[in-house]
Design a protein around this ligand. Sequence first.
Ligand code: ATP
Ligand code: MG
Length: 285
Amino acid sequence: MKTPTALMALIEDGVIDAVLRPLKSGKEAAVYLVRSGDHVRCAKVYKDMAQRSFQQRVQYQEGRKVRGSREARAIGKATRYGRRQQEAEWKNTEVDALYQLRDAGVRVPEPHGFFHGVLVMELVVDADGAPAPRLGEVELGPEQARAFHGVLVRQVVRMLCCGLVHGDLSPYNVLVGAEGPVVIDFPQVVSAAGNNAARRMLLRDVNNLTAWLGRSAPELLDTWYGEEMWALYEAGALAPDTDLSGHFEHDEHEADIEGVRDAINEARDEALIRQQGREAAELED
Ligand SMILES: Nc1ncnc2c1ncn2[C@@H]1O[C@H](COP(=O)(O)OP(=O)(O)OP(=O)(O)O)[C@@H](O)[C@H]1O
Ligand SMILES: [Mg+2]
C-alpha cells in the first residue's frame, strides 16, 4: 500500500520497515498494521485536533499536571498556542498512561515508543494470530462473561491504584486477546485524585462493562464493584490485589446512586425481556 504521510518519517528513521495495511480508523485515530523487523505491530496515528471537539475535552484536563504557567494559561484559553500544546499533551497522555499501566501489571498493549506523533505498540491478537476482536463484537457464554468481568474489574482496580481512571471504558475499548481481555485507548485517561468527575467516570466505566457482560451473565447486574472500589480508594484502603465482594451499602442521602446506573438498568430490562421471550417460546413448543 501507499505509505500514509504520517508514517513516512518512521520508515525514514528505521522505526518501522513497512506499512502492511490499515487496521481501523476510529473517531480519533487511525490504526495501521506495520512491520518492524520480524514483528508485526500497531501504529496509532492521531487525527488532526481540528477534527475533534476541543471544548469537550477540557473537563478531562482538570487535575492533570501542566508544566509552565504559560502553558497552563494557554491551554485554559484555547488559544492557537494552547491548542498546539494541548494536542501535544493529548498525544503524550496515552503513551505515558500505557507505560505506567504496563509497569503496574495492567493488561494493556506493550508500548514500543512514540515517534513523530505516532504510538507504536504491540498488536493484540486472538488465538489464531489475527488482530483481536473487540469485546463488543463477541458473544460470550455466562462463564466466560463472569471470568472476563473478574479480570476487567481487577484491571480497573490496578489502574485506580496508579491514580488513573480510564474515562472511556466500554466493550469497544477492550480487545479479546488470546490470553483474555486487554484494555486499550487511553488518551482521555483522568487523574483519580484531582478530578471532581473522576468518581462518576469510574462508576460509568465499570457500569459499561457490567452492563455488557451482564447480558450474558445477568447476576452481574446486581453487583456494585465500582462503588465498592471507589469507597476503598477514598479511604486509602485499596491495593492492587484487594479482594472485592461486589456488594456495597448505599448512603441513603446520596442523590445520584441510580442515575449513573442507566446502562445497567437498561441491560437489566433487556435481560428481562429476553428471559420473557425465552419463556414464551418454551410455552409455544
Ligand atoms: N494494540 C492493538 N492491537 C490490536 N488492535 C488494536 C490495537 N489498538 C487499537 N486497535 C484497533 O483499532 C481500533 C481503534 O483504536 P483506539 O480505540 O485506540 O482508537 P480510537 O480512534 O480512539 O477509536 P474509537 O474512537 O473508535 O474508540 C480499536 O477498536 C481496535 O480494533
Ligand atoms: Mg477506541
